[in-house]
Design a protein around this ligand. Sequence first.
Ligand SMILES: [Zn+2]
Length: 178
Amino acid sequence: MSRDTEEVKNVEEGNILSETSGNRIFVLQCAHCKTLLGDTGSLVSAQVEQSAIVLSKAVNIQVETSNFEVSNSGIDSGSAFHLVKCSCCSTVIGRRYKATPRSLDHIRDMYTLFESNLLSYPLSCSVETSSTETPKYDNPSQTLHEVTNDMRAMQQMLVILGDRILRLESKLSKMNAS
Ligand SMILES: [Zn+2]
């Protein structure tokens, strides 16, 4: 646990990390106050239509359980959810669905966080310079499992980033046209 915290701290202090092949997990922060919210180690799915990512675990968040919100349009039309707020700056950053259409069953009771409220940083063990400790991979099957998870997380993040680029491009071409 303490090692994880230390890694996160290093990422925050390291500012821009070089994009090495050692990238494995993305750390997610509140875009408004930079509070740590979670990482893609607990990624459930990427909701491209909603520009959101879904985590099974999140930290420093507050779920507004006092009332239900209902969606009347979009892919989640007919769903009921609680608002998820950043516990540090109280900005609404996402939703915790309690009732969903069948297609969204897998994100119910998870944390659906909107990408516009998130900052993400790749967390890489290969840029760890202060520690001489080498990663312990004595269990080959565990390593393979980790690599598979890394690939999945990377793919999901690429989908989200690709979607963001498409939206920016269409905005740009509209601006140029007018
Ligand atoms: Zn915040």
